[in-house]
Structures are given as C-alpha cells and as structure tokens.
Design a protein around this ligand. Structure first.
Ligand SMILES: Nc1ncnc2c1ncn2[C@@H]1O[C@H](COP(=O)(O)OP(=O)(O)OP(=O)(O)O)[C@@H](O)[C@H]1O
Length: 695
C-alpha cells in the first residue's frame, strides 16, 4: 500500500496552492469544481485509508434530513430573525423623521414619534432575544440528530472499509467534525441568516429612503460579489484538504497514545515526535493557505463596505444644498451607511465558519457512502437457494487494491458440521480466506457460498446471525461481566452465560470474582488481562450460538491447554468451524486439516493421514514437534495452564499471560501499521520489535 505520509510530503504547499488555483480557474459549475477538488485530493492522497468525503451537494441533503421534524422551529426562528432585523432597520427612518420634523411637528407629534421609537427598540430587543434563544434550540436539536446519525453510520460501515480507514480519520469525524457541524448550526448559520436579512433590509431601507444616496453603497457591491466568488471558488478544496491533513495529525496522536508502552519499550519517542512534526507542518501549511484566502477576502470587503460612508455624506450634503432631499433623508442615509458595515462584516466573518462546517458536514456525510466495497452488495437480492450452512469456495481469486492475487483458484468445501483447521506459512492467505467466508470482502473471481447462497449477497443481519468471525482482536465493554456476554443474544439466562464462560476455560477465574457476573469490567471496573478478554470475546460469540464459526487465531493469547479446550468447545454441537491455527496440536483436534501455500490449498485431509504422508503438513508437523517441548506423535501438547489463584480483590492471579499480552499488544500496533513512521524501514522495525518481545 502506498505510504500516505510520503505522498503527503511530496505535495509541497506551493503545489497544493497551484492545484487549488488551477481548480478555481477551471470552467464549470460550482458542483463540478467541488467534485474535481475531491478527485484531486483522492489522487493526492493516493490511498483509500481515508473514509470517503461526500460531494458538497450531498451536504444539503444531510441538512435537509436534519431539518425534517424541526420545520416549525425553523420557521419560528426565521420569523423572529426577520422581525428583529426589520425593527432594527426601522430605527434610522424613525430617527430621520424625528430630525426632519423636530421643528415643524407639534410637541404631541414628537412625543408620539419618541414613543414609537421606544416601542420599536423594545420590539427589536424582544425579538432579538427570541431569535437568539431559538437559534440555540434549533441548533442543539439538529446537532443531536446529526451526532446520532454519524454514530449510526459509523457503526453500519462495512467492516472492510473501517479496517482500511485509519482510526484517526473515523475518530476525527465523530468528534471534531461533528462538533464543528454542531457549532456551525448553532452559531454560524443563524449569524449568517441574521446578517443576511439585516443587510438586505438595510439596503431596502436605503433605497426607500433615497435611491440617489444608495448609489455609493451599490458601487461597493461588485467588489463584495467578486471577492466572495473568488473566495468560494478556492475555499472548498482548501478546507477539504485542511480537514484531511488534520485527520492524519489526529491519527498519529491517537496511535502514539494507544501504543505508548510499546513506544517507550522500543524508544520510538523521537521517531513519533518527528512524525507528528511532519504532519503538523502539513496542517499549519493548509491552515496558512485557508487563512490567506480569508484575509484577502476580508481586505477586499473591508474596502467595499466601509467606503460608502464618506461619498454618501458628500453626496447627501450636495443634494441637500440643491434642495433635492431634506435633512431627515440625509440623516437616515448616514445612519444606514453607519449601520451597513456591521452585518456585512458579520456575514463575511461567519462565512469561513460556515464553509468549515460544510466541509466537516461533507466528511460526516461521507460515513453514509458505501461505494467501492464488497459489503455494498449485501443489499442486493440473494443469489442462490438457501440450503443450510455448508461453506463452499469455487475457483476463488482475490487481490487487495488491485494488486497481485493473494488467493488464486482456491476450491474448498466444508459440509455443515465439519471442523476444519487451516494451517500454512505467514502470508499464505489464511486470513483473507476467513474474510471472504465471513462476507467482509467479496472474491474478485469465483464464488463463495454459504448453503448455496453467494455470501456477499446475503443480507448482513442474516449473515451475522449465521456466521461469526472471531479474530485476535478482543474488546471488553464497560459494564458488568453479564452485560459483556449477554449483549450477543437477547434473553440469555445466567446459566447460559456461565456455561459459555466455562466453555472457554474462564470457570476458575469466574469463581474468584466475589460479585460473580455482576463484576464491573472496563473503566473504573476490573481490569482484565488480554487473555481473559479474549476468553470473554469467544464466550460472547459462543453464547450467540451461530451455526458457523470462523476463528482467526482467536485463541492465540490463551495458554495451550485452555486454547485446546476452547477450540474443542467451539467445534462441539456439530457446528461448522473453520479455525486458522498456528499451533499444530490444535489442528490435530479438527476433523480435517487444510494446508495453504501461496494463496492455494495444497493439502487437505484428516490430520493423522496428512501427518503420516510425506507432504507439507508432515514436514510442518515434524518441525513444530521438534520445536515444541512436550509435543509428540499424535499427542497434543500438554501446555502450561495459567495458574489461577484468587487474589484478595477477587480477581484472578495469573502468571503465564505476560508474553501473550506483549505479543498481542505488539501485533495490534503493527497490524494497524500505526506505529512506524514512514521513514523507518518496517522490516527493520519488525526485527526490533521481535527482539524487544524476546528480551
Ligand atoms: N489489507 C491488506 N492490504 C494489502 N495486502 C494485504 C492486506 N492484508 C493481507 N495482505 C496481503 O495478502 C497476503 C495474504 O495475507 P493473509 O493475512 O491472508 O495471510 P495469512 O496466511 O493469514 O498470514 P498470517 O498467518 O501472517 O496472518 C499477504 O501477502 C499479505 O501481505
């Protein structure tokens, strides 16, 4: 996979600026240019680690969806805003009338006018208050809905897509981008609305007062339009770019924090700081570019909206001297000219905020896009007739990102109820096979079926109910032990949960817990070792009782005896099981062993038959048996069990999981390609990691 950091580095700021300028001058509609900008950045990034960004046009759809159900509130908001703006703009006219008629009008008339002015000021204050209050109510409602939608979209993203994306990108969208959209909806959009309505009412008031004295203000308008258009041509792409590099900075910070122990163990602090500095450099360059765009806009607009005051005054004095207007009209025109810059200034100041919000909304809406992924097909009508739970691969080929085929002409049939152990060298394609069988990815060629139905076309809920994939990754949710297991299936009884825990060898340490299934886990609760967490992850799936289970080194952190017992429990009840294993004593317990090499199945058969033949498995076995003390012919390893002694706090004591913990920890950090900045040679670092693990 191309290195995103290296690609970013090659994109010097001037190149970005040049490309942005080019985009801005290209012909085409605003929407076409936004699409071009997105295509450009996709190319610049040269990888699909970032989640998709919705076309800017989609943002309107998102906001319309958010508005649904709040239309009444929005209408009220607009009414309050318009009334407040009109009241504000009536004041200069009333003051002008007061000035022009002060001498001629009787005292009662002046008093009436003064009362009217006081009334209008009161009206303006009340409606400004109501508008401000409604802005917060509407904004908060929409923000809450948006957050819910973003989290829902993130949770329903295809697994393959989440795996490809960096965690920083997803986190940035769910936190920072969602916050920005919320702020925009709560603050910037109402401000823009109020400023736009106020500007229009001022302009209308000016024209009604004196078309002649409106001319200087109108002369500034072309400059406003030109500067705004220029800004809007360049800004979307620039803000998109800024959002993207910001995500990468966050990803680096998150990953460093996530793997902080490993960073310390391997003394990678300086490498991580260098990586952060490089990414921060890109962020500050992008921010400098967007700041430059804003400053140029502000400068042009400052000139455009400040200059009418003096010409209006001069023109007004001249018109008065000619007797074309009275003193009240002149006063009103000057008051309008004085009040004109404020809303226009507010409009411009909040424009940058609105644009940032639109771009963040495009990034949040991007979570809703499901193109380019196998899982998109799960919404297609199922192909084939459902005939149970046998798994079948026919002439399957698969490649990652259009690279070489990592699975090639692979044929495999697993009848319902059979347990199959898959063994083979690292990189032979075992995990890829597991991903295809569990529907995370679809084959490039050939077919993968479950009970005769193409896996990639089975609706996701149905597929998830039938096939469970358990990997080395495990997670303990904050909550009770009961909740942690019970969330896999509704209406599980305590005895079901205990049975699932016992099936994964957790019985002894469960007995140590004073609060039993009520024991709180996670933050502020009992902290479990990774091996215990792995037991919980498997128990959770066992409790769900799916007819097909695919285990991808799912017991790697458990001690050998427990691992063996767990794999046997999983295969019980004639469940269909495909287990990827590195330890051959576990493979020996399967009905059949399948040996993979170079993306193909090179051997398949009962373990004892394969062991007695002179094939690949026999060689693997003799190597493994030679390296593993205690292993012997046809005899699974009697491994060391983690000694379980109850500690005073009710948790289990453990002695043999530490190496497993470090191995799991390092592999997690490496698997995500998270830890090693681009300038390091990954092979070298892997070697360092291995040394660190061994020592
Ligand atoms: N996300 C990915 N993107 C690109 N290539 C990948 C990806 N995942 C795996 N590969 C490549 O596909 C090939 C098969 O990998 P796979 O993980 O399926 O093998 P494996 O037999 O499970 O290896 P291991 O035992 O080390 O887990 C390898 O060459 C690997 O580098």
């Amino acid at each position: 996979m191309a290195d995103p950091i290296a690609l970013d580095r090659s994109a010097e700021t001037w190149e970005v600026a040049e490309a942005l300028d080019q985009l801005a001058t290209d012909r085409g509609t605003h929407r076409q240019r936004a699409a071009q900008a997105q295509a450009y950045f996709a190319e610049l990034e040269g990888n699909d680690r970032d989640l998709p960004v919705a076309p800017l046009g989609e943002v309107g759809r998102l906001w319309r969806t958010q508005l649904r159900g709040s239309v009444g509130l929005v209408v009220l908001l607009i009414v309050f805003t318009v009334v407040a703006a009109v009241a504000t703009q009536t004041l200069p006219r009333l003051l002008g009338s007061l000035v022009s008629s002060a001498e001629s009008m009787p005292t009662d008339g002046v008093r009436g006018l003064l009362l009217l002015i006081v009334g209008v000021v009161g009206l303006q204050a009340i409606f400004t208050y109501l508008a401000a209050r409604w802005e917060v109510i509407v904004g908060q409602r929409m923000t809450a809905k948006l957050r819910e939608k973003a989290v829902r979209d993130a949770l329903s993203l295809p697994l393959g897509r989440i795996e490809r994306a960096s965690s920083g990108d997803l986190t940035t969208r769910l936190t920072q981008d969602s916050n920005v959209v919320g702020d925009t909806l709560r603050n910037d959009v109402p401000q823009v609305l109020l400023a736009a309505i106020t500007s229009i009412t001022i302009l209308l008031g000016m024209v009604l007062n004196s078309p002649l004295l409106t001319v200087p203000t109108l002369l500034g308008l072309p400059l406003i339009v030109w500067a705004s258009r220029r800004f809007l041509r360049r800004a979307p792409a620039a803000y998109l770019y800024a959002g993207s590099v910001d995500s990468r900075l966050n990803a680096s910070v998150l990953e460093t924090v996530d793997c902080v122990r490993l960073v310390r163990t391997l003394r990678l602090e300086n490498a991580r700081l260098d990586d952060l500095a490089d990414r921060f450099q890109l962020v500050s360059e992008a921010q400098r570019y967007t700041l430059g765009l804003r400053l140029r806009l502000f400068f042009a607009l400052e000139v455009a909206y400040n200059w009418p005051l003096v010409p209006t005054l001069l023109l007004g004095v001249f018109a008065r001297s000619q007797g074309w207007i009275d003193i009240g009209t002149l006063t009103t025109a000057v008051l309008y000219s004085l009040s004109w810059p404020a809303p226009v200034n507010r409009l411009v100041q909040t424009l940058g905020g609105v644009l940032t919000g639109v771009v963040s909304a495009a990034r949040v809406t991007g979570l809703d896009l499901r193109d380019r992924d196998a899982e998109a097909q799960h919404s297609m009508p199922p192909r084939g007739t459902d005939r149970g739970t046998d798994l079948r691969c026919d002439e399957v080929a698969f490649s990652y990102d259009g690279g070489h085929d990592v699975l090639d002409q692979l044929d495999l049939t697993i009848p319902a109820g059979e347990s199959v152990a898959v063994v083979g060298a690292s990189g032979s394609g075992k995990s890829t096979l597991a991903r295809l069988l569990s529907g995370i990815a679809a084959p490039g060629r050939g077919s993968v079926t479950l009970g005769g139905v193409e896996v990639s076309t089975i609706p996701l809920p149905e597929l998830r109910a039938k096939v469970a994939l358990v990997t080395q990754e495990h997670h303990v949710f904050t909550g009770s032990l009961r909740d942690n297991i019970g969330l896999s299936r509704q209406q599980l009884t305590d005895s079901d949960i205990v049975a699932a825990l016992q099936a994964v060898g957790a019985g002894p340490w469960l007995a140590c817990l004073q609060e039993g299934l009520d024991t709180q886990l996670g933050v502020d609760g009992l902290s479990l070792s990774p091996a215990r967490a792995q037991q919980i992850a498997i128990a959770r799936i066992l409790a769900a009782d799916p007819p097909v289970m695919i285990l991808d080194e799912a017991t790697s952190l458990l001690d050998p005896t427990t691992a063996l017992a767990v794999e046997r429990s999983v295969a019980g009840d004639r469940r269909t099981v495909l287990a990827i294993v590195h330890r051959l004593d576990i493979a020996e317990t399967a009905d059949r062993v399948v040996v993979m090499d170079g993306g193909r199945i090179v051997e398949s058969g009962p373990p004892n038959r394969l062991r007695d033949s002179a094939g690949v498995y026999a060689q693997l076995w003799s190597t493994w048996a030679g390296q593993t003390p205690g292993s012997g012919e046809n005899r699974p390893t009697q491994g060391r069990t983690a000694s379980t002694t109850c500690r005073s706090d009710g948790a289990e004591g453990e002695s043999s999981d530490r190496l497993g913990w470090l191995t799991g920890f390092t592999s997690r950090c490496l698997d995500g390609d998270v830890l090693i900045p681009s300038r390091r040679d990954p092979t070298q670092t892997r070697r360092e990691l291995t040394r660190g693990t061994e020592s």
